[in-house]
Design a protein around this ligand. Structure first.
Ligand code: FHN
Length: 433
């Protein structure tokens, strides 16, 4: 009998531990406000920049070309981005209509692109540049009202304590020193949050490389939120959000789609959403990749993300000298001009309860519903099914021209015949009661 009570007691403790581990995080009031602000911003600039840029072959070059770590490390000795100018990068983002920047501080190659005291393998100590571009960027972002978020790789191809390629046993790499690696990450994150106080988000990546390891997220996320409860934590693990995360991200796919195979297990949850895509087909600088997306494709991605209640984080890979290549500047100036004109229908909006349609999507802000017609159909009208509210006015955004419509119990017909259509996206503003 005594034994049975004892077993029951142990079972109860085990259950409470599971419940505790899954439901320990309550976001602060400041964090909830930061989440709303994050959703309002809608458009961000993703930057992949590291010593790999020198080789002009993307950020996976060390792995893909099987470059031994000791040889790869020599790149640090050549990295001297004399033409880096934080003002130019921030101005680029602002001109494009972007409200925040997420920049890689440590990618899978393990090189720290900021001044860190816990590893000599960093831009200040290991390159002839000897400066911290992140500090300049952080200051410029603060001055220009652009939010700064940090990309941080969990995966490391070089460190001995990470022991890339090692078998995992009991949540740890057999040949590494997992406690040391976790401590290293916590020390760097502490530096990042305390030294660059403007940081508003941490974007983790690389979890997918080791599913069976214990990443100590409770400790890592707990530390971040202890240092600054308003910081938004996201993790590109391609799974459903975990306890302690503040937003959910998707890679190279709109929420709900899975053309890449990354999103098979990432069901849409209730956190703010973000999707990232790159301007060509490379994250880090590629000298050969000329598959540049057109301004129209980028506008459509932004609009389609907003219509699905998600932010769009568009990536560029600056060159090793610190410059952004002219192809990106030209395209983004066009995108920026469109966003400036149509920003009312993007910033501060949320997705509609009406699902995406063949002709486009709807974004919502208060009593306004913005009908984005991105695919001009042959028929002279678009049909919005299941609109619950009553439409009291319909006009062309920007022009104010009245648009004919008819509301029926099954939905609303908007007549586009004779309207001047925008080749990127014709936005019709509905006022509802
Ligand atoms: O391996 C990385 C890749 O280099 C890049 O950083 C992207 C950005 O979403 N994330 C990883 C792949 O999932």
């Amino acid at each position: 009998m005594k034994k049975r009570i004892w077993l029951l007691y142990l079972l109860l403790i085990a259950c409470s531990k599971i419940i505790y581990a899954q439901n320990t995080y309550t976001p602060s009031v400041g964090n909830m406000a930061a989440r709303r602000n994050f959703q309002d911003m809608k458009f961000g600039l993703f930057i992949h920049w590291g010593i790999y840029s020198i080789l002009g072959d993307g950020e996976w070059v060390m792995h893909n070309k099987k470059i031994p770590y000791e040889s790869y490390k020599r790149l640090a000795g050549f990295f001297n981005p004399q033409e880096f100018n934080a003002k130019e990068w921030v101005a680029f983002a602002k001109r494009a209509g972007m409200k925040y920047i997420t920049i890689t501080l440590r990618h899978h190659d393990g090189f720290s692109m900021f001044g860190t005291k816990v590893s000599p393998y960093n831009i200040v100590d290991a390159t002839p540049y000897h400066k911290d571009p992140l500090m300049e960027l952080a200051k410029e972002c603060e001055k220009e009202g652009i939010e700064l978020h940090f990309y941080y790789s969990l995966l490391d191809w070089g460190r001995a304590d990470y022991a890339f390629g090692s078998p995992i046993n009991d949540g740890k790499p057999v040949n590494g020193d997992w406690d040391s690696y976790i401590k290293f990450m916590k020390d760097q994150l502490t530096e990042l949050i305390t030294k660059y106080p403007g940081v508003k988000g941490i974007w983790f990546d690389g979890d997918w490389e080791r599913r069976e390891v214990n990443w100590h997220y409770n400790e890592i996320y707990g530390l971040i939120h202890k240092l600054n409860p308003s910081i938004l934590v996201g993790n590109n693990h391609h799974l459903a959000p975990k306890d302690g995360e503040d937003f959910q991200m998707f890679e190279k796919d709109l929420p709900g789609a899975n053309t890449t195979g990354f999103s098979a297990e990432s069901k849409i949850g209730s956190l703010p959403l973000e999707t990232c895509e790159t301007i060509n087909n490379s994250w880090g600088f590629s000298i050969t990749d000329r598959t540049f997306k057109s301004s129209k494709q980028i506008i459509h991605y932004l609009v389609n993300a907003a219509g699905r209640n998600a932010n769009f984080l568009l990536n560029i890979g600056p060159m090793p000298n610190g410059k952004i290549q002219p192809e990106f500047t030209d395209t983004m100036a066009i995108v920026g001009a469109w966003v400036q004109k149509n920003g009312e229908a993007i910033y501060g909006t949320r997705g509609s309860s009406v699902p995406p349609q063949d002709w486009g999507v709807i974004t919502v802000k208060g009593k306004n519903q913005y009908v984005h017609i991105t695919d001009t159909q042959a028929i002279p009208y678009v049909f919005i099914p299941q609109l619950k509210q009553t439409v009291i006015k319909a006009v062309l955004l920007n022009k104010g021209t009245a648009v004919k419509y008819k509301q029926q119990p099954e939905g609303v017909f908007i007549y586009t015949d004779g309207l001047p259509m925008d080749a990127n996206d014709t936005v019709i503003k509905l006022t509802v009661n």
